[in-house]
Design a protein around this ligand. Structure first.
Ligand code: SF4
Length: 235
């Protein structure tokens, strides 16, 4: 049974099925770039400042609810009809006034309705893991939402750059049937033949051309991944 991470759904899975399979099946990751590290620090610091607070007291544009946890790890039971399970770290868990919970993903990104579709599966997967955990008590999730911050202005005050990040709240429709179907598609992808690589991807051009230049004698036809001997992988 393979582990799938909700954080891969919006980008890696959508952008290239081959790179997705390389990560999930063989543990071969795309190299990370320095910028996302800065974003991730900002993300963690903003989240940390929210824990223990009622969102409504922070901004009138946010709903009533107490942030009770940040960056919580979840692991699910096996997803029905798919030989995969969910493992990953959600952003924020909010306790609603009626005792149920809202699961929130925090984004530093330009707000827009396109984000609703983009992140719906990711949030639905975390919801599944919280409601059907491998161990521990299930947590009932009644709402999914994005809390989006995007810098609107910067002012220097006493030599410090202060960035104005007004929060924006976007609710995400909860469609568990769609998520279960998506998980089945992933299972089919992972158990089928390796998909072909993206034709426009600059990473692949770098990988293929760079490998031909760096190790010309080892490569017969590096454009055909079926010829790759994974036992000789450096990873
Ligand atoms: S085209 Fe190649 S490098 Fe690019 S994402 Fe796909 S497998 Fe990865």
């Amino acid at each position: 049974m393979l582990k799938i991470s909700p954080s891969d759904f919006a980008y890696l899975y959508e952008e290239c099925k081959l790179c997705y399979c390389l990560k999930v099946k063989f543990g071969i990751y795309q190299p990370s770039m320095p910028m996302p590290g800065g974003f991730s620090t900002m993300n963690t610091k903003i989240q940390g400042s929210l824990v223990g607070k009622n969102l409504k007291t922070l901004s009138n544009d946010l709903p009533d609810g107490q942030v009770i946890n940040q960056e919580g790890w979840v692991e699910s039971i096996t997803v029905p009809n798919a030989d995969v399970f969910i493992k990953g770290k959600y952003d924020l868990l909010v306790k609603n006034p009626d005792g149920t919970h809202t699961l929130v993903d925090l984004k530093i990104s330009k707000p827009g309705d396109d984000k609703i579709d983009k992140y719906a599966t990711q949030l639905a997967a975390y919801k599944f893991a919280l409601e059907y955990p491998k161990s521990g008590e299930p947590i009932k999730i009644t709402k999914l939402a994005l809390l989006i911050f995007y810098p609107e202005s910067v002012a220097f005050v006493d030599g410090i750059a202060k960035v104005n990040f007004p929060p924006k709240w976007l609710e995400i429709p909860d469609d568990q049937a769609k998520f279960l179907n998506f998980a089945k598609q992933i299972d089919d992808l992972l158990t089928g033949p390796l998909p072909v690589e993206g034709k426009e991807c600059k990473w692949c051009a770098y990988r293929q051309v760079g490998e031909k230049i760096a190790h010309p004698v080892n490569i017969d036809d590096s454009s055909n991944h079926e010829n790759l001997d994974l036992s000789k992988s450096p990873f």
